[in-house]
Design a protein around this ligand. Structure first.
Ligand code: NAD
Ligand code: MG
Length: 392
């Protein structure tokens, strides 16, 4: 029986994870569930999965949730705050941590799990984007097992040999083909992008996801963050990664080898596949995902991304080439800009402008410690927030 912590349990990935766990309760036991808002939803999940701990971010929610759960006769103890998140992810009884908090808020609890040498299922790409070198060094030092949940990275992981040890040319890899759907605005006239609404941006054609990552998919910043994520996970240079638009989201990514072989991982666009893969790795378990019906799909298309339509791709490429705190600044500015767009404070097309301006104005430092990374993150958030005010 493996004890598992699900960070961000009420989110899209958190719920899919619990769905898979629920199909294999003889193998996995929920140790802790965490959430930020909508604690009534967390309460329902606690009643269903009976974790030892639940963790929330603020004190009022802690009291409220504890009261509800105690009334229900549950022994679950409700904790609060970032330290509590780090405590549960590094708890000696925990074997597996699903890191599915959205954004920079996931960095410290995810790093704590890595430091404690856990099997870490990484959905929270922002934490790796922010702290790449430090994160990967910590994985090495602690001998944690890091398994990618992002469907593309999970696909790449599956297409690499199991003996892969961070040297792509040595195993004959020519390049990684990172696939993208192109999001909801792949074919929208560029001049219309200034007037698209948050609801339109969140209406992803293939995937059902949280709001922030849905907007990231619409700007293709999601692919930019994923390019950075892939560089760290697979020790790749940005030039070794090619982004390929695959509008059906059936091929989740590919690896192109020197001998002309291209290995791909296919499946229906349902995050329960990478989640089940990583949970059971190196074994396989059922996920509840409908088997792929190739005859129904009929054909697969491929296109090159257009950087004029998706300028965030270029910003992300530049940030990973600059290294240091540049990816952390990019990520923070993006989080602020996406939140402002979702609150209807800025236009969709201003997202890239906020990020570019923040990267232009802030000095990049080295990113060798958590403190340096969090300082850069804070500065970028303040700058981007003030800049948005000037856009009025
Ligand atoms: P979501 O918005 O649906 O859920 C986010 C979860 O994090 C919620 O449980 C929320 O309560 C919690 N949370 C939010 N802010 C927090 C804070 N400040 N402190 C603590 N907890 C907080 O997000 P999602 O779509 O499930 O995405 C989660 C992560 O997985 C993201 O990093 C995203 O990029 C990545 N991811 C998601 C998908 C997908 O299909 N949804 C696919 C690939 C990668
Ligand atoms: Mg992805």
């Amino acid at each position: 029986m493996q004890q598992i912590c699900v960070l961000g349990a009420t989110g899209s990935i958190g719920r899919s994870t619990l769905d898979v766990i629920g199909q294999h309760l003889e193998q996995y036991q929920v140790f802790a569930l965490t959430a930020h808002q909508r604690i009534n939803e967390l309460a329902e999940l606690c009643i269903k999965y009976k974790p030892i701990f639940a963790v929330v971010t603020n004190k009022e929610d802690q009291q409220q949730l504890q009261q509800w759960l105690t009334q229900q006769g549950l022994a679950t103890e409700v904790l609060q705050g970032k330290e509590a998140l780090c405590e549960v992810t590094s708890h000696p009884e925990v074997a597996v941590v699903m890191a599915a908090i959205i954004g920079a808020a996931g960095l410290e609890p995810t790093l704590a799990a890595v430091k404690a040498g856990k099997k870490v299922l990484l959905a929270n790409k922002e934490s790796l984007v922010m702290s790449g070198a430090l994160f990967m060094q910590t994985v090495k030092d602690s001998k944690a097992t890091l398994l990618p949940i992002d469907s593309e990275h999970n696909a790449i992981f599956q297409c690499l040999p199991s003996t892969f040890d961070s040297d792509l040319p040595k195993i004959g890899v020519r390049k990684i083909l990172l696939t993208a759907s192109g999001g909801p605005f792949r074919n929208t006239a560029i001049e219309q992008l200034a007037t698209v609404t948050p609801a339109q941006a969140c209406a992803h054609p293939n995937w059902s996801m949280g709001k922030k990552i849905s907007v990231d998919s619409a700007t293709m910043m999601n692919k930019g963050l994923e390019l950075i994520e892939a560089c760290w996970l697979f020790n790749a240079q940005p030039e070794q990664i090619e982004i390929v638009i695959q509008p059906q989201s059936v091929i989740h990514s590919m690896v192109d080898y020197l001998d002309g072989s291209v290995l791909a991982q296919l499946g229906n666009p349902d995050m329960r596949t990478p989640i089940a893969h990583a949970l059971a790795w190196p074994d396989r378990i059922t996920s509840g995902v409908t088997p792929l019906d190739l005859f129904k799909i009929g054909h697969l298309d491929f296109m090159q991304p257009d950087e004029q339509r998706f300028p965030c791709l270029r910003l992300a490429k530049e940030a990973i080439k600059t290294k240091g705190t540049a990816p952390a600044i990019l990520n923070a500015a993006n989080e602020v800009a996406v939140a402002a767009f979702l609150n209807e404070q800025i236009k969709f097309t201003m997202i890239k402008q906020v990020i570019a301006e923040t990267l232009n104005k802030l000095a990049v430092t080295d990113a060798s410690t958590l403190e340096l990374i969090l300082t850069a993150d804070g500065q970028a958030r303040r700058f981007a927030t003030n800049y948005i005010k000037t856009l009025g």
